[in-house]
Design a protein around this ligand. Structure first.
Ligand SMILES: Cc1ncc(COP(=O)(O)O)c(C=O)c1O
Length: 411
């Protein structure tokens, strides 16, 4: 355990600590969920799939929750102005973006919020643009609400994913394209979009009257040397034509607490959305949860040092993964991780079919990864590794994957 002093409190975290998450209702580790997601008999896969971390959250978060827990009355709770203040201060400090208090609405999650936004700002039969391969609940929300997906596939240029701007120009002009979902940073390809890329994206969408929904849930998980630019911070015009979403849930491992924020600077959009929130029964400012707000507030106010240390740990984990896979399995490419803790690897050049790649990983290595084709058909043969786990777990998984592919050989 580290005891080094760190910005005002004891550095009491140890990302190498292995915590048994079985029998805690963890979606990532629960055998029943593994069988449902990966098939019968797969309850013992080592899980590096769904995007939460196998680390304890920062101690100040636990302390804040314990303090409130001790009160023993958990009745209906109004939105906490201190939560807004903590969020505002965090974004100003970390992202140099001045969010106004009035712009903030809360939601129990960004996935639910995506659905609400689709429902409010498009009609059945309308089209919604996504940049594949991308976080698959976007597609599920679009289809589930009776809208149509318009794909603007990313392209790989010199080993790095880029937006296909010409294709974006063309497709935002299609009739009935109402919303474009921006995943920034991008899950699963790990890009932190530059200001110039975001400017091009925003200009094209706005020119074609397409509302931008910027999902920035991973915006605090930025590798050293990269800088996240909040979409709405770029200009008043961008802020006015968009809704953005953020949360402390990925950053500080609080996803089970169901709390996220929507930022809607445009008064008309915010009022329309607020009325819709009320008709859904969640209240005009939305709703999160009692403990979600307390936890996020403590994290934003007191856990910055924990996050800075986490980012270094994640970077080391990533270097280990990339080095091992590329050295031991020549032909496999692991894309540079600019942001998120989700590493994206291309197994296609091994000469195996995407189905065989999945089979080697599940039956051979006994590891659970998010398979590339879940993110879109251009993800086939790719795999997403969640590297937010103690190094020993990562090593076990990577060694098993390497051994399983070596056994099968090149084709
Ligand atoms: C891009 C993106 N958006 C949203 C979510 C989930 O958001 P929430 O748990 O707030 O619904 C994830 C989780 O992996 C994600 O990667």
């Amino acid at each position: 355990m580290n005891t080094e002093k760190n910005t005002g409190f004891e550095k009491d975290w140890d990302f190498n600590e292995i915590i048994d998450r079985k029998n805690t209702g963890s979606m990532k580790w629960e055998p029943k969920v593994l069988c449902t997601k990966f098939g019968k008999g797969r309850e013992d896969l080592l899980p590096l799939w769904v995007a939460d971390m196998d680390f304890k959250c920062p101690t100040p978060v636990r302390h804040a929750m314990e303090k409130r827990l001790a009160h023993q009355v958990y009745g209906y709770t109004i939105p906490d102005p201190d939560y807004d203040a903590a969020l505002i201060s965090w974004f100003l400090r970390r992202h140099q973006w001045d969010i106004k208090k009035d712009w903030i609405l809360t939601s129990p999650g960004i996935v639910p919020a995506t659905n609400y936004i689709i429902q409010r700002f498009s009609k059945p039969g309308d089209k919604i643009l996504i940049q594949t391969p991308v976080y698959y609940p976007f597609a599920q929300s679009i289809i589930g609400n009776g809208r149509t997906i318009v794909e603007n596939p990313l392209k790989i240029v010199n080993g790095r994913y880029e937006m296909n701007v010409d294709d974006l120009e063309k497709k935002t002009r299609y009739p009935r394209v109402k919303i474009a979902i921006l995943c920034s940073p991008h899950n699963p390809v790990g890009r932190v979009w530059t200001k110039e890329e975001l400017e091009r994206f925003g200009e094209i969408c706005i020119k074609n009257n397409v509302l931008v929904f910027a999902d920035e849930i991973h915006c605090d998980l930025i590798m050293p040397g990269y800088k996240h630019v909040c979409f709405q911070s770029i200009s008043k015009k961008f802020a006015d034509h968009s809704i953005s979403a953020n949360a402390a849930s990925k950053t500080f491992n609080l996803a089970g607490l169901q709390q996220s924020s929507l930022i809607i600077p445009n008064d008309r959009l915010r009022n329309e959305f607020s009325i819709y929130f009320e008709t859904l029964g969640v209240g005009p400012r939305g709703s999160g949860t009692l403990f979600g707000a307390i936890a996020a507030q403590a994290a934003y106010n007191e856990a910055e040092a924990w996050l800075d240390d986490l980012l270094l740990y994640l970077q080391d984990n990533f270097i280990y993964l990339k080095t091992m896979l590329e050295q031991e399995l020549p032909g496999v490419t692991v894309f540079n991780l600019e942001g998120t803790y989700l590493a994206w690897a291309d197994f296609n050049s091994l000469g195996l079919s995407p189905e065989k790649i999945v089979q080697v990983i599940e039956d051979g290595a006994k590891v659970a990864l998010d398979h590339g084709d879940w993110f879109g058909k251009n993800g086939a043969g790719f795999e997403r590794f969640n590297i937010a786990c103690p190094r020993l777990i990562l090593e076990k998984a990577v060694k098993a994957v390497v051994a399983a592919f070596k056994k099968v050989g090149r084709h």
